[in-house]
Each structure stands twice: as structure tokens, then as C-alpha cells.
Design a protein around this ligand. Structure first.
Ligand SMILES: [Zn+2]
Ligand SMILES: [Zn+2]
Length: 315
């Protein structure tokens, strides 16, 4: 999981990316299914369920798929890791092992050949969703996720990755009727997809760069709020092994706060911190940027002809 360029041979499908649009039928089908609410109607119970499920599953995507399975930034029990995978997978983003293996590849080849979702190389929409339909990309590279592939229950869940979302959708339909299915499940799932995909697309395009990493990652406060901390993506590309992506107190990272609370309860432990040298490096970069920004307007003012004397003269 280092930032060093990789020398291993790349699978051909990561280089000659061929999109098979037949694989997108279910994806766009769920978008269309959102229109089912026009027919079923919207109840406030279903809307509340959808809102809660959006945020709870966003947390599971971030804390589970990303910070635990992809980067191992904290430790937990075998039971809780299964629950994390189950909850994350209820967002219909395939198996936890599939997700994490792909994400490790992203860090290994960020914005280089072999990165499956680089807006710099392949364009915004390709990085946002096109890569999902590349032939070969739905396979799990178990060699990349050996540390978790040793748990048979995770391999089972990865193989039958649709079990958690089917159980969730059925439970919502049984509990709240068809509005529960369309609004509670479908709306929140589709919105959560795009919120998650923003990290592959927008977080490499829009925002500020604190660290001069070898990729195009950005820090973006709005995205960090929407994705419960993942918008501090430039921080994350600088140091992937920390349980927090908001490195300083002013960088809101709700996923980390919940993980911290769970650590007080003994459910997770050994949350890996950001090393002091990385924090110092970030502070120095911020200072340099502020100095540059303060110097820039003064220079600009010196260059611009002042209008003040003529206004004074008119008065
Ligand atoms: Zn990235
Ligand atoms: Zn990552």
C-alpha cells in the first residue's frame, strides 16, 4: 500500500479498458426504479428510513470498505468485521474484498497506468462510473486482499455480495410497503452510490492540494461533509494508514469521530494516528500557502492602477 511506483505486471483489462455496457443494465435499472415512487407514493416513514440508511451506510462504506478492509487503519473482532462488511455491502457496491482489492490498486497506481478510475487519464464520467463496467473489473483479485481472504465467511459474503442488499430491501418492503422499497431503499442507495463515486471523480478534480502527492487528489470540505470525512482525499493520498482523513481539528471527519466512540466501547481498537512528521509537513505547507496568498494581493495591487485618487478628487 505504498505510494512507490509498482513494477508488477498489470492485468490487461486495467490497460486496455473495454467497457461492456450490458453490465450496466442493473446499475441504470436501479436509477429507473427510483421513479417507482411516483406510483407508490412517498410516506414520511419511508423518507426517514431512506435518510437514516443513507448516512448509516455511508459510514459503513467509509469505515468498512475503505478504512478497515482497504487500509486496515484500526482493529476489531472477527464478528464486528463481518458486520461491517455486511452493512457496507447493503449499499450494493459489491463484496468488501472486491471493493478493497480494487481500492488498493487505485493507491498503487493513482493517476498512472493501471488506475481504473483516474479522471486525469480517462475523464470525469469514466472515473465516476464508466470503470465499473470494464470487462474483467468485476473479478476479485484475491492476491491483493490475502489478509482478509483467509476468513471463509468474508469470502462467502464477497461471493454472494447481493445477499445483504436483498435482505435490506425485503425488510423495508415488508415493514413500510412499496414506499419503503422505492424511497427507503432505492433512493438512498442511488444517492449513496454517487456520493461514494464522487471520491473517485470529484475528489481528484475539485479542491485544494496541501501535499504534493504524485496523483491529482484534492482536499474538499464540502465533499468531506457529504462523505463523512472522505473529502480530505489529498491528506489520505499522502498518508493512507491513518484512521482519520481529517488530519487537524478543523477538518471535520465524522467517520473518525464514530470510530473513536466505538473504541471507547471496546468495539474497535488500535486506531492508527497520523504521524507527527506528516502533521508538521502539512502545517508547513499551509503556512507557505498563506504567506503566498498574503503576498499575492499586495503584488496585484501594486501592479493595478489605483482609482482612489480620482474618487477623492471628485469628492
Ligand atoms: Zn484517490
Ligand atoms: Zn484509500
Amino acid at each position: 500500500m505504498s505510494n512507490e511506483p509498482s513494477t508488477e505486471p498489470l492485468p490487461h483489462w486495467t490497460i486496455h479498458k473495454r467497457i461492456d455496457w450490458s453490465g450496466s443494465v442493473a446499475f441504470f435499472g436501479l436509477h429507473l426504479a427510483a421513479l417507482g415512487a411516483l406510483w407508490s407514493g412517498i410516506t414520511w416513514e419511508a423518507a426517514v428510513a431512506g435518510g437514516v440508511l443513507f448516512w448509516v451506510r455511508q459510514w459503513a462504506v467509509t469505515a468498512g470498505y475503505h478504512r478497515y478492509f482497504s487500509h486496515r487503519t484500526f482493529k476489531t473482532s472477527r464478528v464486528f468485521q463481518f458486520l461491517l462488511a455486511w452493512l457496507a455491502q447493503s449499499s450494493v457496491q459489491k463484496g468488501a474484498l472486491w471493493w478493497a482489492a480494487h481500492h488498493r490498486r487505485h493507491h498503487k497506481h493513482s493517476d498512472q497506468e493501471g488506475d481504473l478510475h483516474s479522471p486525469k487519464r480517462d475523464g470525469f464520467w469514466y472515473a465516476h462510473l464508466g470503470w465499473l463496467f470494464v470487462q474483467g473489473s468485476d473479478e476479485t483479485d484475491y492476491g491483493r486482499i490475502k489478509d482478509f481472504a483467509k476468513y471463509p465467511e468474508l469470502v462467502w459474503l464477497n461471493k454472494y455480495h447481493l445477499v445483504p442488499p436483498i435482505v435490506l430491501a425485503a425488510a423495508l418492503t415488508w415493514w413500510l410497503g412499496l414506499p419503503g422499497l422505492f424511497v427507503g431503499f432505492v433512493w438512498s442507495t442511488v444517492l449513496l452510490w454517487h456520493n461514494t463515486f464522487f471520491i473517485n471523480s470529484l475528489a481528484h478534480v475539485w479542491g485544494r492540494r496541501r501535499f504534493e502527492t504524485t496523483d491529482t487528489s484534492k482536499n474538499n470540505a464540502l465533499l468531506a461533509l457529504l462523505t463523512l470525512g472522505e473529502g480530505w482525499h489529498n491528506n489520505h493520498h499522502r498518508y493512507q494508514s491513518s484512521a482519520r482523513n481529517g488530519f487537524y481539528w478543523w477538518e471535520v471527519d465524522l467517520t473518525y469521530y464514530v470510530l473513536k466512540a466505538l473504541s471507547w466501547l471496546g468495539i474497535v481498537w488500535d486506531l492508527r494516528p497520523v504521524p507527527a512528521r506528516v502533521l508538521d509537513e502539512g502545517r508547513a505547507a499551509d503556512r507557505a500557502r498563506h504567506e503566498q496568498e498574503e503576498a499575492a494581493p499586495a503584488e496585484a495591487q501594486g501592479a493595478r492602477p489605483s482609482v482612489a485618487p480620482s474618487i477623492d478628487a471628485a469628492a
